[in-house]
Design a protein around this ligand. Structure first.
Ligand code: FMN
Ligand code: SF4
Ligand code: SF4
Length: 386
């Protein structure tokens, strides 16, 4: 969510797919107008300021400031080279301030309580507080506001309550799809803009997804790369084609069809895309891949060399198997398998035909006796022995 100030008019730019945010801002605007805090002659003065809510049609790239401005102007949301920066020549050619709502919320505090008081919270360069959207594999999730400089561990363990179901936390993905993955070894480092940048990640709008050992790091990187690749506006070659090539290599890795050299290509491509893309989307798109290769290289090697997915997530590298000692022959899996891959009679041990199984995982989810397990695919296990 961004707010824009242009001459005497401001805009909230919110994706139409976020109806709760739209509803809240609509209500807040109504209240402000009723109290005379917006519109004409604010608080009896001759100062006028209107605020309009503009709904975006759902493009990630429209968060980039020049694309955002184009979208409000009714044009296709595509970034433009800067300079000129919006502060000089922005919406309808006027000087425009593009900031997150959270940033503007800090301004009255700084004015009313003084910059020195504001700076008492946070670090020397990253002052104040920051709101994070804590999600993923912790006991508590939701929006949390913390003073900048707090160690990551405090957010994950003290506020988030630590791992779910006794699992092992591996790291956090910060800054959304174009952020980076910070491993648990760095959880004692302070949460601030500079440290995140040093670690290869970004703070962004405060996304923080906690990852445990049930998450495959390579699949995670593939997932985010697929997202940014689809969201690339296509204006410049490094982002449009480079992210596509990165995605192809990641798909090869998750299917155990890659070579170790592919990792070098991924890193090289990622660095080129970062350096040569026109806008922030392309400049940050390789972050998930580059940080995971840097911090979780062993997981990439496991997929490429050992043909194993340590988290047992990548479909091509796993097999579903019914543990005969646990199966009671309840037939639930057999009745729900979409491709009739399960054989067995009532009250007798069932068996999965791996040649028919499409690895949808339905049986695994439904079996209340926990008789269905995931194991390394036999084809690769055999290959590795030879
Ligand atoms: C691809 C892309 C998506 C973005 N999405 C958002 C967003 O959803 N919300 C946001 O506040 N800023 C987003 N930004 C950053 C904004 O363009 C802008 O830099 C930011 O809102 C500046 O405000 P701040 O300095 O107050 O954070 C995005 C940037 C890029 C490149
Ligand atoms: S970096 Fe990507 S999103 Fe940005 S202008 Fe180039 S193609 Fe478009
Ligand atoms: S994983 Fe899906 S396709 Fe395979 S046996 Fe189970 S239910 Fe059937």
């Amino acid at each position: 969510m961004d707010i824009l100030l242009v001459l005497k008019k401001g805009y909230f730019y919110i994706r139409a797919e976020y109806p709760i945010a739209v509803e809240h801002i609509q209500k807040a605007l109504e209240v402000c107008y009723n109290l005379g805090l917006c519109g004409r002659n604010i608080l009896g003065t001759n100062f006028n300021f209107d605020i309009e809510l503009k709904k975006g049609a759902g493009a990630f790239v429209c968060g980039e400031e020049t694309a955002l401005i184009a979208s409000i102007e009714g044009k296709r949301g595509m970034p433009k080279p800067r300079p000129p920066f919006p502060a000089e020549k922005g919406l309808y050619g006027s000087p425009t301030c593009v900031n997150n709502v959270e940033t503007f919320v800090n301004i009255p505090i700084i004015i009313n309580e003084g910059a020195e008081n504001f700076a008492k919270l946070g670090t020397e360069k990253s002052g104040g507080t920051k709101i994070f959207s804590l999600a993923g594999k912790t006991k508590n999730t939701g929006l949390v506001e913390v003073p900048l400089g707090i160690p990551l561990a405090k957010i994950v363990y003290d506020i988030g309550g630590g791992a779910l179901n006794g699992r092992k936390i591996k790291g956090v993905q910060t800054g959304g799809p174009s952020g980076g993955c910070i491993p648990v070894e760095f959880f004692n480092t302070p949460v601030d803009y500079e440290t995140f940048a040093e670690l290869g990640s970004i703070m962004g709008s405060g996304g923080m997804i906690v990852i445990d050992d049930t998450v495959c790091i390579v699949e995670l990187a593939r997932y985010f790369t697929e997202f940014v690749q689809k969201e690339s506006c296509g204006k410049c070659v490094p982002c449009r084609i480079g992210t596509k090539r990165m995605l192809e290599i990641l798909e090869k890795i998750t299917k155990a069809k890659a070579e170790v050299e592919d990792l070098t290509t991924l890193e090289m491509l990622g660095n080129y895309i970062k350096e040569t893309s026109l806008c922030g989307l392309g400049q940050t798109a390789p972050n998930p891949v580059l940080t995971t290769i840097k911090y979780f290289r062993d997981e990439y090697i496991a997929h490429i060399v050992d043909k194993i997915c340590p988290a047992a997530v990548c479909k091509e590298l796993i097999e579903y198997y019914i543990e005969p000692t646990k199966c009671v022959g309840c037939t639930v899996c057999l009745k729900n398998c979409p491709v009739e891959a399960i054989e067995g009679k009532t009250k007798q041990t069932h068996k999965i035909n791996i040649l028919k199984c499409i690895k949808c995982g339905i049986c695994f989810t439904l079996c209340k006796y926990k008789a269905i397990t995931v194991k390394q695919a036999t084809i690769y296990a055999t290959e590795n022995k030879n």
